[in-house]
Write a protein that binds this ligand. Structure first.
Ligand code: NAP
Length: 279
């Protein structure tokens, strides 16, 4: 009997998982590069997570993306955790290493930064403060990336102020916490404004904050990408801001995992966007 090479499998685990666009994205890259491999969405309940992670490598999986609600709990199940995943307190990319160890990484921050650099290439961290709405898992990743990029001041406001203060305690002095009721004040002199809440997503209320202090030319970006152009981005654009939608972050955060698992650095371009948008 001939020993056929094993076809690499990867996927995404979450609960629920039907909404995930990752299968379309990885499926597009697999066919674009002619790679024999598969990427599968898997609905895994929290109680089943340890057993699923123990079994997947035995079934031929080389790694998985991780989404809500497992991003934090997978850290305890991984033997090797990158510094950035540890700092953020969550992982979105697991690699099943040949030595049997699970390697956990968080690529949301690099995805955010790569999207910004692609769609707002004139942005430079030293230009001025960044203002961040939200203090959840995605905000943590964005803030870690902003700090690494050298952003001089990061202003943050969150509905639950305590959570923003928790970020300040973890990330240090460059963070300034604003009250949610005065979140619009953060825009004064800001070079970059980021919605990292889930507000504005289809089915959720809009992010309703006064953008009066937003100056023309400021970069405004939203992590929400359904819809692609959120009401926040529409409002910011009407005030002369340069807007960057959140889809590119999703695409760029996926690239390191694809490269690790399938051995090819994938391109993020208009074709990739179209494939994920189904157009
Ligand atoms: P999360 O940890 O659940 O945090 C949600 C954030 O939204 C918190 O700051 C929360 O404030 C705020 N929020 C929710 N409902 C609110 C309301 N009614 N009023 C005011 N604030 C509200 O979620 P996450 O993982 O950080 O994700 C946040 C968003 O980013 C989601 O829409 C997610 O899809 C998106 N995301 C996009 C990408 C991408 O690649 N583009 C990557 C990651 C995440 P409290 O703390 O007060 O609850």
């Amino acid at each position: 009997m001939t020993d056929l090479p094993r076809i690499p499998l990867a996927g995404v685990i979450g609960h629920p998982i039907a909404h995930s666009r990752s299968p379309q994205l990885h499926g597009h890259w697999l066919s674009r590069y002619g790679i024999k491999g598969h990427y599968i969405p898997m609905d895994v309940a929290a109680d089943d997570l340890p057993a699923a992670l123990a079994m997947l490598p035995k079934l031929g999986f080389v790694g998985v993306n991780v989404t809500i609600p497992h991003k934090t709990s997978v850290l305890k199940l991984a033997e090797v955790v990158t510094d950035r995943a540890a700092l953020i307190g969550a992982a979105n990319t697991l690699t099943f290493r040949k030595d049997g160890k699970i390697h956990a990484d968080n690529t949301d921050g690099v995805g955010f930064m790569a999207n910004l650099r692609q769609l707002a290439p004139h942005w430079q961290a030293a230009q001025g403060p960044a203002a961040v709405f939200g203090a959840g898992g995605a905000a943590r990743a964005v803030i870690a990336a902003l700090i690494e990029s050298g952003t001089p001041e990061i202003r943050i406001a969150n509905r639950t102020r305590q959570r923003a203060e928790g970020l300040q305690a973890d990330f240090g002095g460059r963070l300034v916490v604003y009250d949610w009721l005065h979140a619009g004040d953060m825009l004064e002199g800001a070079a970059l404004v980021i919605n990292a809440t889930s507000l504005g997503m289809s089915g959720k209320p809009d992010l309703r904050l006064p953008l009066d202090l937003l100056k023309a030319g400021t970069i405004a970006t939203d992590l929400v990408y359904t819809p692609l152009i959120t009401p926040f981005l529409t409002d910011a654009q009407s005030r002369g801001a340069h807007i960057v939608d959140g889809l590119g972050m999703l695409l760029h955060q996926a690239a390191p995992g694809f490269e690790r698992w399938f051995g090819q650095r994938p391109q993020v371009d208009d074709n990739t966007r179209a494939a994920v948008l189904g157009i």
